[in-house]
Design a protein around this ligand. Structure first.
Ligand SMILES: Nc1ncnc2c1ncn2[C@@H]1O[C@H](COP(=O)(O)OP(=O)(O)OP(=O)(O)O)[C@@H](O)[C@H]1O
Length: 262
């Protein structure tokens, strides 16, 4: 099985702060990973490295077989789907939903003079249908609810058929109904043999979509545990990572965690 992402002994230091420390991690093409950890653990920084948006201070990052630092990152980024809040902030509020998805074909936000081919238009329609956005296609991005915006961001990332999909807290700030419906869509997407490798950052085990295969627990910039979900999501590992006694349950493909009663 080919690896799509390989971090070898990666450290990332900013303002003398060691944000990531000696991270070695491999993602294979059939993997669906979740990265869990407390605030400030370094989760989003790992996604920035994986999306070739930044370089490690030491160690090496290989994305889709290309070594970051030795390759044209603009070309490489077109092969990566990224749905993150920072990116969503760059989408103009007046942009129509259909155009937010379509403009991913040119890796731009804000439709201008690009000439779209009929296959771009067909692909955008297909993706909007799969992510329940067809009825919203003429609405402007600024008028959408948080849940709808998350869907649009993911659809935009899916649009270019990426070889690696990176999702930063896709269910963060969603109400229960919006969360459940998004998780269902993510589970459908993840279950397709055509879907790329997926790495999703979250704070909550409840947000792990059914069908995800692996977990990394990150604490203070270090990997606390990484591997198949069932091996990693144990009471002991979650307790050590989040610093409170936790009890984890797994039922019907979903995970739950709560404080252990003494
Ligand atoms: N450019 C920077 N300079 C200094 N510190 C930084 C920089 N970027 C990130 N940090 C710090 O690195 C740590 C990890 O940040 P990161 O956003 O990766 O964590 P996270 O696990 O995604 O957090 P959260 O769950 O709160 O989103 C934080 O303490 C953050 O303040």
């Amino acid at each position: 099985m080919a690896s799509v992402l390989e971090l070898t002994d990666v450290s990332f230091v900013r303002n003398r702060n060691r944000i990531l420390d000696s991270i070695s991690w491999t993602v294979d093409e059939a993997d669906r990973w979740v990265i869990l950890g407390p605030n400030g653990a370094g989760k989003s920084t790992i996604l920035q490295l994986a999306s070739a948006s930044t370089h490690p201070t030491s160690g090496t990052v290989e994305v889709l077989g290309e070594r970051v630092g030795k390759v044209d990152v603009f070309e490489l980024r077109t092969r990566i789907g990224l749905a993150a809040t920072g990116l969503a902030r760059r989408i103009p509020a007046h942009e129509r939903v259909g155009d937010v998805v379509l403009t991913a074909a040119y890796a731009v936000t804000g439709r201008w003079r690009e000439r779209y081919e009929s296959f771009d238009l067909e692909r955008a329609a297909e993706v909007m249908d799969a992510w329940d956005l067809t009825e919203l296609s003429t609405r402007t991005f600024g008028t959408l609810s948080d849940g709808e915006r998350k869907r649009v961001q993911i659809a935009r990332a899916v649009m270019t058929d990426p070889e690696l999909m990176l999702l930063d807290e896709p269910a963060g700030s969603l109400d229960l109904g919006a969360r459940e419906s998004l998780l269902e869509s993510l589970a459908d997407y993840a279950s397709s043999s055509l879907a790329p490798a997926i790495v999703m950052v979250t704070h909550h085990v409840e947000e792990i979509p059914p069908g995800f295969t692996h977990a990394m627990l990150l604490g203070e910039g270090r990997i606390q545990a990484a591997g198949p979900l069932e091996e990693v999501l144990t009471d002991a590992n979650l307790t050590a990572t989040f610093g409170v006694p936790l009890q984890v349950q797994h039922e019907d493909g979903r995970w739950r965690a709560r404080a252990k009663r003494s």
